[in-house]
Design a protein around this ligand. Structure first.
Ligand code: ADP
Length: 230
């Protein structure tokens, strides 16, 4: 099923020999995994952040063959095939140089991805973010960006000076394709069907965090990482 599994196994196993811990951040799409990950990296610089969503977006921006394939799937709210994701993760870890603590973000996202990873690398701790769907829907409809410089605005806490226009370039703000309401609903459904089950799969390794804002959630996450050690 996974054509490059042996290469992935080799790279993960050899990296894991020197890693301290592997954390996975799990949660609904648009639920703040990226924001919490950035805060973790700022406070704990020993982490290597591996976000499959970020890796795919950079492929899309560079119009690579993988990017061209990923673009349509991502904007419709679907998932890329497991084999492609495993190749991407494997090559990123191979290139990452000095192994550190690992923070997985957006991967694994399906049961087969988790089972493949578990054969090679132990996920030690799972940070699971619990956010209501209603918060996600309002948050994603609030987020707009300036296409040429990728600056992100939020109408509730960081609005542009002129509605709909970028402060720096004056250009028309746009919504990320996958932040459009139909795509958000599809991503939430995909999460329920494919990803939510990982909370059960990882069982006792899961710690759930709740909160109205990412600052509040991060207080708990920071305490947790300090408690168990980086
Ligand atoms: P979000 O969690 O907000 O959906 P991500 O940045 O994690 O955002 O992912 C964006 C999109 O990239 C996903 O909707 C999906 O299409 C694709 N993607 C990311 N990670 C994976 C993965 N592990 N397996 C399959 N598709 C993925």
């Amino acid at each position: 099923m996974f054509n490059r599994l042996p290469a992935l196994a080799r790279s993960l196993v050899s990296s894991h020999q020197q890693r301290n811990a592997t954390y996975l951040i799990l949660g609904k799409p648009g639920g703040g995994k990226g924001t919490i990950s950035k805060k973790i990296l700022k406070t704990f610089p020993s982490f290597l952040h591996l976000s499959t969503g970020d890796l795919l977006r950079s492929e899309v921006n560079s119009n690579s063959p993988l990017g061209l394939k990923a673009k349509g799937i991502m904007s419709s709210g679907g998932l890329l095939p497991d084999s492609i994701i495993l190749d991407l993760v494997s090559s990123t870890i191979e290139k990452s140089g000095e192994p550190k603590n690992l923070l997985l973000d957006g991967f694994p996202r399906t049961l087969p991805q988790a089972e493949s990873l578990d054969k090679m690398l132990k996920v030690d701790h799972v940070i699971s973010l619990s956010i209501p769907d209603s918060t996600i829907v309002s948050r994603t409809s609030d987020r707009w960006l300036s296409p040429s410089i990728n600056r992100v605005y939020s109408y509730s806490y960081d609005p542009p000076k002129v509605e709909g226009k970028c402060d720096e370039t004056g250009e028309e703000l746009i919504q990320r394709e996958d932040d459009k309401p139909e795509s958000v609903m599809k991503r939430l459904q995909t999460y329920r069907e494919e990803t939510e089950v990982l909370n059960e799969y990882y069982g006792g390794r899961v710690r759930v965090f709740e909160g109205e804002t990412s600052d509040v959630i991060f207080e708990g996450v920071e305490e947790f990482i300090k408690e168990i050690g980086e």
